[in-house]
Write a protein that binds this ligand. Structure first.
Ligand code: GDP
Length: 197
């Protein structure tokens, strides 16, 4: 079932100013340019709910959207942009950390990775950190229409193996494309039952 209603609520650079945690919440995060805005637009069947980034790494804001009056979708700033200063990187880490620690309604973090790129330390470290904090997350492969099925499967297996080096269980994986809308129903079908629980 597609999303019926999707509305932008608020952008802010202070986790304390996020909406009251009165609904289930799901956050989307990944490296700049991973395809996060495109994925959010694809999931919500909107052309421009989230902005397709012109200048990666520039916006360091937590963006809240309300979906079907039922759950919050949170667009977190992209990480790993090479050209930011150390001070900006630290500000970013503090912002994300503050956000992650202050949302009791956060039911899952969707960590996006570009399916065409080998597992990166930065992404694996970010997942490790979530795991250590006991925060539930899943991995979303983006831009998968660019890969054939064999290469895609190999990428997924490489990630799974990397994560199993550290954890007993691998997280769920979602295969998506903003171009073909692959993965939309899978992600929405994952979210809906969590909303009920
Ligand atoms: P963000 O910085 O993570 O929000 O990434 P954007 O959504 O702005 O996308 C970054 C670039 O990747 C843009 O040029 C998009 O058109 C492209 N892109 C995003 N999703 C896909 C996808 O599923 N397939 C392909 N081929 N390109 C994509």
């Amino acid at each position: 079932m597609p999303v019926k209603q999707a509305e932008f609520l608020v952008s802010n650079s202070d986790a304390a100013k996020c909406p009251k945690p009165d609904r289930p919440e799901y956050a989307f995060i990944g490296r700049s340019n991973v395809g996060k805005s495109s994925l959010i637009n694809m999931l919500t069947s909107r052309n421009s709910l989230a902005k397709i980034s012109g200048k990666p790494g520039k916006t360091q804001l937590i963006n809240h959207f309300i979906i079907d009056n039922e759950w919050y979708l949170v667009d977190l700033p992209g990480y790993g942009y090479a050209q930011v200063s150390k001070a900006d990187r630290e500000k970013f880490a503090a912002l994300i950390d503050g956000y992650l620690k202050s949302r009791p309604n956060l039911l899952c973090i969707f960590v996006l990775v570009d399916s065409r790129i080998e597992p990166q330390k930065l992404d694996l470290d970010f997942m490790s950190n979530l795991g250590e904090q006991g925060l539930p997350f899943v991995v979303v492969f983006t831009k998968t229409e660019k890969l054939g099925p064999t290469k895609l499967q190999a990428t997924i297996e490489t990630y799974r193996a990397k994560l199993l080096e550290e954890w007993e269980e691998a997280p769920d994986f979602f295969v998506t494309s903003a171009v073909t809308a692959a993965g939309r129903e899978d992600i929405l079908s994952f979210i809906r039952p969590l909303n009920e629980s």
